[in-house]
Design a protein around this ligand. Structure first.
Ligand SMILES: CC(C)(COP(=O)(O)OP(=O)(O)OC[C@H]1O[C@@H](n2cnc3c(N)ncnc32)[C@H](O)[C@@H]1OP(=O)(O)O)[C@@H](O)C(=O)NCCC(=O)NCCS
Length: 256
């Protein structure tokens, strides 16, 4: 999450990801390198060398220009760029008027009664989502989609997460955002709009509603991220007042 990359004092160690290991049937380690980390490229490569995971998912600030070269020399690892992530943010402002009221859509924080609808929504919206997992031919496509479906549901049983939904007049979910709250910062971990509703400003309406909701919870800032080539997402964010924060690269290091 966002704070993994902004807290330069965070302990940097490869961590076994039980969820991803179970999902893909191989051992998966995660290693996130914060901005302004004191770790050198050689130390990071050494951390990868000692990991016994089948797959290491390594994320680091894009401006660490030499790190890709350094990790490419690790023995018995197939090392490749899996995605280029961009983080954007905007301030949460005191709302001047009730948002979304005249749009014809409904807005709510979903609970367990929407479980099946959220699962179905995620299956449609993330079926072909171009994530770093899809850059790895060794990872099963069905398991990747299942992962997005499980992730979308994770807000229903977690008091630190919010499942925000936009409903049409027949109460069908047309927009969804999974928001994780970390102190005064909220991170939109996952969001989407049904294909037939995309390009109609649903994200902007949802963002205004979320702004009011997050403002009432004393949250000061909201952050969001996606792959740099996801231009529809970036256009929607800029229209809603988000600004670029930083870029990360995700590398996969597969055991050969
Ligand atoms: C990213 C997303 C949430 C944006 O929501 P939205 O309600 O469609 O946003 P907007 O209506 O403001 O559209 C944003 C821009 O993308 C364009 N766009 C959106 N969907 C489009 C589509 N299916 N085909 C072509 N263009 C599209 C819009 O025309 C608009 O561009 P413009 O500002 O030049 O007019 C939505 O497109 C989506 O669900 N994408 C798939 C999932 C995803 O990528 N999620 C984000 C990361 S988890």
């Amino acid at each position: 999450m966002f704070s993994d990359f902004t807290n330069s004092k965070r302990l940097v160690l490869p961590l076994r990801s039980a969820v991803e290991s179970n999902r893909f049937g191989i051992n998966v380690d995660r290693l996130n390198i914060p901005q302004r980390s004191e770790f050198t490229d050689y130390q990071i490569a050494d951390l990868c060398r000692v990991s016994d995971a089948d797959l290491i998912i390594l994320r680091f600030p894009k401006d660490r220009g030499h790190l890709p070269n350094t990790i490419s020399t690790i023995e018995h690892r197939n090392v490749f760029l899996a995605d280029n992530l961009v983080y954007y943010s905007r301030a949460i402002m005191k709302p001047e008027f009730a948002s979304g009221a005249s749009s014809g859509f409904g807005f709510e924080i979903a609970d367990n009664r929407r479980r099946e609808a959220i699962e179905n929504f995620a299956q449609i919206v993330f079926e072909n989502y171009g994530s770093h997992y899809r850059a790895n031919p060794k990872l099963d496509r069905g398991a990747i989609l299942q992962g997005y479906m499980e992730w979308a549901l994770s807000g229903l049983d977690n008091s630190k997460k919010i499942s925000s939904v936009v409903l049409d007049q027949s109460e069908r979910i047309v927009g969804f955002a999974l928001v994780a709250v970390d102190g005064e910062i909220a991170e939109i971990e996952l969001n989407g709009v049904l294909p037939e509703y995309q390009g109609r400003g649903v994200f902007g309406l949802q963002m205004e509603w979320l702004n009011s909701h997050l403002s009432s919870r004393c949250i000061k800032k909201v952050v969001i991220s996606t792959q740099s080539e996801n231009l529809n997402a970036v256009k929607a964010w800029v229209k809603s007042g988000f600004q670029f924060e930083f870029a990360l690269l995700t590398y996969h290091l597969m055991k050969t």
